[in-house]
Design a protein around this ligand. Structure first.
Ligand SMILES: [Zn+2]
Length: 338
């Protein structure tokens, strides 16, 4: 089969690799129908995360089950499935508590920007759709593998409730789907921070009521101005930089929760600041497995269309261009079709 391998900074290659096989009786092998490039793939791509050597990359996928191991009981050949970027057993105490990305037996899923993918712990990790989806539904289903589930978790962690004023920091695909999630959870007002016209338009389509283009202290001042000097009731931090985290905490009203899902790079939270702010901070790698059944249902019924974040679709062999377009912010998110 052919798959994507990252060799170093800005060096992504599509090449011939060995077909994945069943290694453990709980594995499945999935023929990938669609994959994509994640914002977090850009950290190694930009050389910010070290790469030890040529590494298969990609962790967002939908596909059709091709093979299952002898211990797989619920997932079957031929099913259209979606899974998370971490494999989980979905039975351990952490899974039962709703934190499948902290499963006691978790394994990262890597190498999804490929024609075939091995998924460990198939029964716990994969969720089958009610049937074979129509082609136009596939982009939205693909987002449930990570980006939509991550935006959703940001809103859950921020404890968004009906009627709230919600701030979303970050206008990448996760931030935009954070806007969609907040609206779905009943937010009355959604303030999106964005300087990018195309992203502002999609944010508004997904439910943003206000756009803030200022950043740093000016951004905080603008959010306070929009919230009677108090700050937002709930804040979604969807970037992962020191600046965005400060933006999030300083824009939250006392008692608010900040849900943070941007992978932190250089983020520190100072104890005294947090103590004085009365703000709660909760986040981490989103337990998207928990939300898959509910979100599949919403997509299946046509109630949400998160697939609109894909503004570039390429054949998988042009994956390198997909990375370049996102790196240069020409594309919000690249969909890849094997
Ligand atoms: Zn578990």
């Amino acid at each position: 089969m052919r798959g994507t391998v990252i060799y170093g900074a800005r060096d992504v290659r599509f090449e011939e690799r060995a077909d994945p096989a069943i290694e453990a009786p709980t594995d499945a092998v999935v023929r990938v129908v669609a994959a994509c490039v994640c914002g977090s793939d850009l950290w190694p791509y930009r050389g910010i995360n070290e790469i030890g050597g040529p590494t298969p990359i990609g962790h967002e996928y939908v596909g059709v089950v091709e093979q299952v191991g002898s211990a797989v009981a619920t997932i079957e050949r031929g099913q259209f499935v979606i899974g998370s970027f971490y494999a989980s057993d979905n039975t351990c105490p952490n899974c039962l508590a709703g934190y499948q990305t902290n499963c006691l037996h978790r394994e990262p899923v890597a190498g999804a920007q490929a024609e075939l993918l091995r998924v460990p712990l198939a029964d716990g990790t994969l969720v089958a759709t009610p049937g074979q989806p129509a082609p136009e539904m596939i982009p939205s289903l693909l987002t449930l593998s990570d980006v939509m589930g991550t935006g959703w978790f940001a809103a859950v962690a921020a404890q968004v409730r009906p009627g709230m004023t919600v701030l979303v920091v970050g206008d990448g695909a996760v931030g935009l789907l954070g806007v969609l999630s907040a609206r779905q959870m009943g937010a009355a007002r959604i303030i999106a921070m964005s300087r990018h016209e195309k992203r502002q338009t999609l944010a508004i389509e997904y439910g943003a009521t206000d756009i803030v283009t200022e950043r740093g202290d000016e951004g905080v001042a603008r959010v306070r101005e929009l919230t009677d000097g108090v700050g937002a009731d709930a804040v979604l931090e969807c970037v992962g930089t020191a600046e965005s985290m400060q933006q999030a905490i300083k824009s939250a009203r006392p008692g608010a929760h900040v849900g943070f899902v941007g992978v932190p790079h250089g983020v520190t939270i100072e104890g005294t600041q947090l103590f004085r702010s009365h703000v709660a901070v909760h986040g981490g790698p989103a337990p998207v497995r928990q939300y898959l059944p509910e979100l599949i249902d919403l997509v299946w019924k046509g109630e949400i269309n998160p697939g609109k974040v894909f503004d570039l679709t390429l054949p998988l062999e042009q994956v390198a261009e997909g990375y370049r377009a996102m790196d240069e912010r020409r594309a919000i998110k690249t969909l890849l079709l094997p």
